[in-house]
Design a protein. Structure first.
Length: 416
């Protein structure tokens, strides 16, 4: 594979992107800094196909990244391959308002062909290629110039190794027939809505202090205010105020600006400075949430009552068994929240009751909560089976508590 020198001119970038536009797929990675800023600072972009690879310097004077953005977001003929690419996609969206498409994430794909939940890049490289990645440059300050040859070599290695691994993963997916499982996951990763940062929705990421419409109205307003302040100053939102501080202010709003000096988590200077005045004005202008804006209540208990938590535990046990049986990461099959909702009686809008997830797991999960599934130990391994099948095999004089069924969960050993 040909490795190019660091690309620092628009002409060289345009030539590279023109060649890569003819590839079936390209691998992409980014290096960025975001510890001290609201917006991630893009410091390096690495790209490769099966023939060539290069690192691009976004900080180079006069470099126009448009050829790269066009390749990533407009060219539907080239598959863009990332590993754990959520933050990389976010950066592209921040620059362009668009996301790379079509897209493939090898970390997500690994969940469909193994029980690896979130395999790291270096572990994946060692597993597939037998190569130990040099981790010495992992904590590089990528914004500093000039970059050393070792840093550039390390960065390009991320996409050259990935190019070889992707082909192997793709072959495994085709062999298992699980490629279609990932279509929805990849579309979700590429959905621009996941990266749109609307200040009016920022409050939804904060643990609500109550369900009082007035309190939540304040939380919505001051969360949006914090988001705008952080964006304008390009500093992390937590540097303005932490989530728990906003929740406290929403529950116990200061009557006058001087009271801000008493709020835990705020500087005493807020009692008479401009940012404190803006916060007080925001509080003064707040309105209670409307009925339509109020967060939905999560169903709890019904129809399973106090046994719901135990049933959820059995569902999680079922998930572990099925994950092991078909060698798929449990996280790809189901989320704990969905299992708890199923145990609580919810039957609509659950991913585990739709599509391939229903076929390989959801159907049995539904049978479990309806008392049609049981657990049994077979050849020293915990298995799941339908109750009717178990009853046919149980001797007449067998103990009444064999096997363990869902209806006996509260006192069963399996529930422990």
């Amino acid at each position: 594979m040909k490795i190019h020198p660091l690309i620092t001119t628009t002409e060289a970038l345009a030539d590279l992107c023109q060649r890569l536009s003819k590839a079936d797929f390209i691998t992409v990675d980014t290096e960025f800094m975001r510890e001290n800023t609201y917006w991630p600072e893009l410091c390096l972009v690495q790209v490769a196909d099966t023939q060539e690879a290069a690192a691009i310097d976004p900080l180079a004077p006069g470099l126009d990244l448009k050829p790269l953005w066009d390749l990533l977001t407009d060219n539907e003929d080239v598959l863009k391959v990332f590993h754990a690419g959520g933050q990389d996609v976010e950066i592209v969206y921040n620059f362009t308002g668009r996301t790379p498409h079509p897209i493939f994430d090898t970390q997500i794909a690994m969940m469909a062909i193994s029980q690896s939940e979130q395999i790291g890049y270096s572990n994946m490289v060692e597993s597939w290629l037998g190569i130990t990645v040099d981790k010495g440059a992992r904590f590089t300050d990528w914004s500093r110039r000039p970059l050393t040859e070792r840093q550039i070599e390390y960065a390009i290695g991320d996409v050259t190794h990935l190019s070889k691994i992707f082909s192997k993963i793709l072959a495994r997916l085709r062999k298992t027939g699980r490629g279609e499982w990932l279509d929805q996951e990849m579309e979700k990763l590429a959905d621009p809505e996941n990266y749109r940062n609307d200040p009016a929705e920022a409050w939804e990421r904060i643990k609500a202090p109550s369900r009082n419409a007035t309190v939540l109205g304040r939380l919505k307003a001051i969360a949006a205010w914090r988001e705008v302040e952080a964006q304008d100053k390009n500093i992390p939102r937590g540097r303005i105020a932490r989530d728990e501080t906003l929740a406290d202010i929403a529950s116990h709003p200061p009557k006058v600006q001087a009271d801000l000096a008493k709020v835990r988590g705020l500087s005493a200077g807020w009692k008479d400075n401009e940012i404190g005045r803006r916060l007080m004005q925001t509080l003064a202008d707040t309105q209670p949430l409307t009925d339509a804006e109020m967060p939905a209540r999560t169903p709890r208990g019904a129809p399973l009552g106090k046994e719901g938590a135990l049933v959820a535990d059995l569902l999680k046990l079922l998930l572990k068994i099925r994950s092991r049986e078909i060698d798929v990461a449990a996280r790809l099959l189901a989320r704990s929240d969905d299992l708890e909702l199923l145990a609580a009686g919810v039957r609509k809008n659950l991913p585990i009751l739709e599509g391939w997830r229903y076929d390989v797991f959801g159907h049995d999960a539904l049978d479990l909560v309806e008392g049609k599934m049981a657990f049994a130990v077979v050849d020293g391994k915990l298995k799941m089976t339908h109750v009717d099948d178990v009853i046919e095999d149980v001797p007449v004089d067998a103990p009444v508590d064999t096997p363990v069924g869902t209806n006996e969960a509260p006192g069963s050993e399996a529930a422990e």
